[in-house]
Design a protein around this ligand. Structure first.
Ligand SMILES: Cc1cc2nc3c(=O)[nH]c(=O)nc-3n(C[C@H](O)[C@H](O)[C@H](O)COP(=O)(O)O)c2cc1C
Length: 264
């Protein structure tokens, strides 16, 4: 082998590596807008299904999802004041940006931090299904920490701001076949019709048999347990309990209840 051969081989290999990495980077940049649009449609689909505005569910075409989404009223809740804040436009409010912006984040007192988040934005988008001027359903974004990784989803309540109309877990890192069963539609259906608050207005929702709900109240306030996945189910319960509580949407929901379902 002549001395220049190894140098030439290395040069060609380096050239191929640079070319390939440039191609991958270009593909990522080029495809990013399509990926963002796809995520947006997937979220809208979930929110609409929970609000009861997408009977076709997953089979609804994207164009229909985008059109029906306009039937929802999207408002931004100021969780600190427990009311909607018209300083923000709900439709253009970027929730992911809010979670990433230190100026929007507020510390969660340790005693309230059931969802193990540490911090959360002061403002969160809230999706309202209106009918004859009254709120028929409200869909609330929720986030928390699962057994293995952060979780994200939505909880929907009827216009009494107490009865659950649905839950959806959109992102999680739980074990396939174990904690992943929180995405099972049959398990999520076991939340429907359950009451998330006691008569006194305290958060009261848990898996059957986990001891958080008095036995005589179980029928109203418990959803199905998942055997072998108690840790994940308990994390979902904690996440929901945090977001419905005094440091989450609790004060807003109380205000809406008092206003009799009229947007205050
Ligand atoms: C590799 C591995 C992965 C697991 N993943 C989960 C999980 O994602 N969610 C969960 O709740 N439990 C998971 N478990 C089981 C928990 O450690 C725990 O045993 C279980 O949640 C208890 O539920 P049970 O009281 O219904 O048996 C996993 C266990 C192992 C060994």
């Amino acid at each position: 082998m002549t001395p220049e051969r190894p140098a030439k081989t290395l040069l060609v290999a380096a050239g191929v590596a640079v070319f390939c990495s440039l191609m991958v980077s270009a593909a990522i940049v080029y495809l990013r807008p399509a990926q963002v649009a796809w995520e947006e449609i997937a979220r809208s689909r979930t929110v609409l299904s929970l609000a009861g505005l997408l009977p076709e569910g997953a089979s609804a075409p994207d164009r229909m999802v985008a059109m029906r989404f306009r039937e929802l009223e999207v408002l931004v809740a100021d969780l600190q004041r427990g009311q909607f804040d018209d300083a923000f436009d709900g439709l253009s409010f970027d929730m992911d940006a809010a979670w990433a912006d230190p100026a929007m984040l507020t510390d969660i007192p340790r005693a309230s931090d059931l969802a193990r988040l540490g911090q959360r934005p002061r403002w969160m988008p809230v999706y309202l299904r209106m009918e004859a001027g009254a709120i028929r359903a409200v869909v609330l974004p929720i986030r928390g920490q699962g057994m293995w990784a952060p979780m994200q989803g939505y909880l929907a309540l009827e216009g009494d701001f107490t009865t659950i109309v649905g839950i959806a877990i959109e992102q999680h890192g739980e074990t396939p076949g174990i904690g992943e069963r929180i995405t099972d539609p049959a398990w999520q259906a076991s939340w429907i019709g359950k009451r998330a608050f006691s008569e006194a207005g305290e958060v009261r929702i848990a898996a059957a048999g986990d001891g958080r709900v008095p036995r005589e109240r179980a029928a109203q306030h418990t959803f199905d347990a998942i055997s072998g996945a108690t840790v994940t189910v308990s994390a979902v319960t904690d996440m929901v309990s945090y977001w419905l509580g005094g440091h989450g949407y609790g004060p807003l929901l109380q205000r809406l209840r008092t206003a009799g379902g009229q947007p205050p």
